[in-house]
Design a binder for this molecule. Structure first.
Ligand code: FAD
Ligand code: PHB
Length: 393
């Protein structure tokens, strides 16, 4: 087989890149380790920045998102029992969209099916070769048969545990990491959200996020120690703990019901540099991870796709191979700002049991400053809705 771009991974970054390249007349094949049902069963991100929304519109997959997604012009913070609404639109000129990663992925899969894009699901043993040669090669197994694809470029969209990053020699790859001493226990339920806007709350018992997927489906998260086991959390225990961490005005409004999903995610900040090596580009979680507190994971994946798609269009249509090394530089500049914001939000809102008195007072002062000053709120707002993309030239 031969194609212009092999995309490894059919998560949001691989599928979105495939769709944009397809529309630009650039042939591509996607290789995915799991089945489509498995990929759709993973409950992950819920908030789209306005730049991500624009990119999904450019990719022609926005019909359902525009009809069913909820535009949020604000977000709320809560600490010491006091609520701080942040008017995102007023302060930054932009809004965010509540539309889950599962639905984005479903729309992208449907569009690829309709347009006849080639995707191999349930592949095994994907191997990347010849990244420094005149053509790259990707080998894989599919239903017990061995296949080989020759291509000009490889997009590594295969998440944190994929194979692409490992194709960059150890002496070239630099890694930066922070691991946090807690995780998030998430619960999805078909109950109306407790509040119109998302609420990020600090409580002495730990952080809480009240999020949502629609007017009838809620997503709640509780900060928990890494030693917690999800099987020890019955639905009743989850609702009870959530109530304890909310002020009475909200706790009394909380509508409970059976969970559709519960899981614990560890929190980590991670960046691998560079994001390009020879004919390989790393995209999304394959190159970087953020703690979910800033809602940046999926949005940074879309940010990388934005840069790579624009660069590949210029490479294939205008012969601009000089732009290839620019990918890493452009993508990383935005990634590090997303890393900074996610790290900052995590530090601001969580309970750190290992912090000494000084650090706790600084955290308290930070919360008071950022949430009660318009300048502080504007800083949060402009990062939350997403920083602008740089032009590719
Ligand atoms: P992924 O979605 O990880 O997709 C990578 C794909 O590559 C997968 O389908 C995988 O099966 C496939 N793959 C891996 N290895 C191979 C291989 N060798 N061969 C072929 N295919 C392969 N972000 C938020 O903003 N908010 C959240 O609440 C949130 N919660 C999260 C919870 C969890 C448990 C995780 C892991 C992430 C969460 N994120 C969240 C982050 C967000 O979901 C990711 O940033 C986003 O999924 C990145 O998309 P991606 O396409 O780059 O990677
Ligand atoms: C979610 O709805 O899953 C979600 C929303 C905002 C975040 C993280 C997760 O910051």
């Amino acid at each position: 087989m031969k194609t212009q771009v092999v995309i490894i991974g059919a998560g949001p970054s691989g599928l979105l890149l495939g769709q944009l390249l397809q529309h630009a007349g650039i042939s591509n094949i996607i290789l995915e380790r799991q089945s489509p049902e498995y990929v759709l069963g993973r409950i992950r991100a819920g908030i789209l920045e306005s730049g991500t929304v624009d990119l999904l519109r450019k990719a022609g997959v926005s019909r359902r998102m525009d009809a069913e997604g909820l535009v949020h012009d604000g977000v709320e913070f809560l600490f010491n029992g006091k609520r701080y609404p942040i008017p995102l639109k007023k302060l930054s000129g932009k809004s965010v969209m509540v539309y889950g990663q599962t639905e984005v992925t479903r729309d992208l899969m449907a569009a690829r099916n309709e347009e006849g894009g080639t995707t191999f699901y349930q592949t095994r043993n994907v191997e990347i070769h010849d990244l420094q040669e005149t053509a790259a090669r990707v080998d894989f197994e599919y239903h017990g048969e061995k296949y080989s694809v020759e291509c000009e470029y490889v997009a590594g969209c295969d998440g944190f545990h994929g194979v692409s990053r490992q194709a960059i020699p150890k002496e070239i790859l630099r890694e930066y990491e922070r691991v946090y001493p807690f995780g998030w226990l998430g619960m999805l339920s078909d109950t109306p959200p407790v509040n119109d806007e998302l609420i990020y709350a600090h409580h002495d018992r730990g952080f809480v996020l009240c999020s949502q997927r629609s007017l009838t489906r809620s997503r709640y998260y509780l900060q928990v120690p890494l030693t917690e086991n999800v099987d020890d959390w019955t639905d009743d225990r989850f609702w009870e703990e959530l109530r304890r961490r909310l002020p009475d005005t909200l706790a009394n409004k909380l509508q409970t019901g059976p969970s559709l999903e519960k899981s614990i995610a560890p929190l980590r900040s991670y960046v691998a540099e560079p994001m390009q090596y020879g004919r390989l580009f790393l995209v999304g979680d394959a190159a970087h991870i953020v703690p979910p507190t800033g809602a940046k994971g999926l949005n940074l994946a879309a940010s990388d796709v934005n840069y790579l798609w624009r660069i590949l269009c210029k490479v294939f249509h205008e012969g601009r191979t000089d732009l290839i090394p620019r990918y890493s530089e452009l993508a990383l500049r935005r990634v590090w700002k997303g890393e900074r914001f996610s790290w900052f939000m995590t530090g601001l809102l969580h309970e750190f049991h290992d912090r000494d008195g000084f650090d706790q007072r600084i955290q308290q002062a930070d919360r008071e400053y950022y949430l009660s000053s318009e300048a502080g709120q504007t800083t949060i707002a402009e990062n939350y809705v997403g920083l602008p993309f740089e032009p590719v030239e």
